[in-house]
Design a protein around this ligand. Structure first.
Ligand code: PLP
Length: 400
């Protein structure tokens, strides 16, 4: 009898964690490493949020809470969805977890059976297919490559839906591409979904606040309110308030689904950390003006990185609308050899040779389901990014 479960056997380890780990080992050996492989804002959590956490500790708000979050946070979440997304919801329509990832995990675990299908646009955030598989269901990959700006086309969605489709997962702005759907693009997808009432929509809006060039963020339940009854709109403070370590994600969705998620969370992690919840109340209700400044910094970094990667390197990089990633193609450089003598057959060869020869850590596109590309996270200092771009340019120039 095997000790480890069959369910775990269906899951692959995280490639983003693996490359970051390799970069850390090289750094520990004294190598000069620039890690652009992780997806984490490099800003500190705002002071008012940190103060709220300290107050919560001092006031003894350190005990178990409701499984799905303190009333104050659920009120703050509902107010956020009404204010920013035009969703007609109250606190009773909202739910809080230990990070956005746990929202996704709870929702899929609470609903999927073997044989169910989940449409996952490609490239995808690495955890979606793995969580689907862990639940015993099947990811159905729908290609959304550079030819459509890394966005799912309505006809591709239509072709991916079968009678067994339980969910479509959307992620806007996207990790790994930074692509963000406009309201009219979402409307096109909504029209398809209106024809398939058995399909639920999980929209991962965790990068909502990071949309550039003055463009407006849109989410599908706002664009098509008739879909709200079968849409789980997920968000969190990890990226919006540089709170990745605090572990607070939240959502709004149909009440029967939320009740099932409460049942599951009640038998697994129970409530998210009480102190983090009080910090998140302040994050959502407090001033948001710092975001304009962060957006400006990220947008300037994006522009510098995109220009540098497209500067006669052989790489092809679209300008993404949001998040803090670019997802260039290295297709034209594959089949050639690096200056260090590595034959670059795949995108993984490309990123490993780049790491070995220049110390820049990126993640290969295959990890996100789309070979021939790589992901670069520009959530790093300007100095690091400038140096990384210089090294990538040098690496590409040496390829023959
Ligand atoms: N969704 C996407 C697309 C992400 O990139 C991430 C984090 O990298 C998450 C969800 C997870 O967020 P959290 O830290 O709130 O669990």
């Amino acid at each position: 009898m095997a000790f480890l479960s069959d369910a775990l056997g269906r899951v692959a380890p995280s490639a983003t964690v693996a490359i970051s780990q390799k970069a850390r080992v090289m750094a520990a050996e004294g190598k000069d490493i620039i890690a652009l492989s992780a997806g984490e804002p490099d800003f500190n959590t705002p002071e008012n949020v940190r103060d709220a956490a300290k107050r919560a500790m001092d006031e003894g708000k350190t005990r178990y809470t409701n499984v799905d979050g303190i009333a104050e946070l659920k009120e703050a979440v509902a107010a956020k969805f009404r204010r920013d997304n035009g969703l007609d919801v109250t606190a009773a329509d909202c739910f809080v977890s230990s990070g956005g990832k746990q929202i996704i995990f709870n929702a899929l675990m609470a609903t999927l059976n073997p044989g169910d299908e989940v449409v996952v646009p490609v490239p995808y955030w690495v955890s979606y297919p793995e969580i689907v598989r862990l639940c015993g269901a099947e990811p159905v990959f729908a290609v959304a490559d550079a030819s459509t700006g890394f966005k799912l086309a309505p006809e591709t969605l239509e072709a991916a839906i079968t009678p067994r489709t339980k969910w479509l997962i959307l992620n806007t702005p996207s990790n790994p591409t930074g692509a963000a759907y406009t309201a009219s693009e979402l409307k096109g997808l909504a029209e398809v979904l209106m024809r398939h009432p058995h399909v639920h929509i999980l929209t991962d809006d965790i990068y909502e606040v990071l949309v550039y060039d003055g463009k407006e963020f849109a989410t599908i339940a706002q664009v098509e309110p008739r879909l709200q009854a079968r849409t789980l709109t997920m968000n969190g403070v990890s990226k919006s308030h540089a709170m990745t370590g605090w572990r607070i994600g939240y959502c709004t969705g149909p009440r029967p689904l939320l009740a099932a998620m409460v049942k599951l969370q009640g038998q697994s992690t129970s409530n998210p950390t009480s102190i983090s919840q009080w910090a998140a109340v302040e994050a959502l209700n407090g001033p948001q003006d710092f975001l304009a400044e962060w957006r400006e910094v990220f947008q300037a970094r994006r522009d510098m990185v995109v220009a540098g990667l497209n500067a006669n390197t052989g790489l092809d990089c679209l300008t993404p609308e949001g998040a803090f990633y670019v997802f260039p193609s290295c297709q034209r450089l594959l089949g050639k050899t690096s200056a260090g003598g590595t034959k670059l057959v795949t995108d993984e060869d490309f990123v490993l040779a780049l790491l070995e020869e220049t110390g820049v850590a990126l993640v290969h596109g295959t990890a996100f389901g789309l070979p021939g590309h790589f992901r670069l996270s520009y959530a790093a200092s300007n100095a690091e990014l400038e140096e990384a771009v210089r090294r990538i340019q040098g690496f590409c120039a040496g390829i023959a």
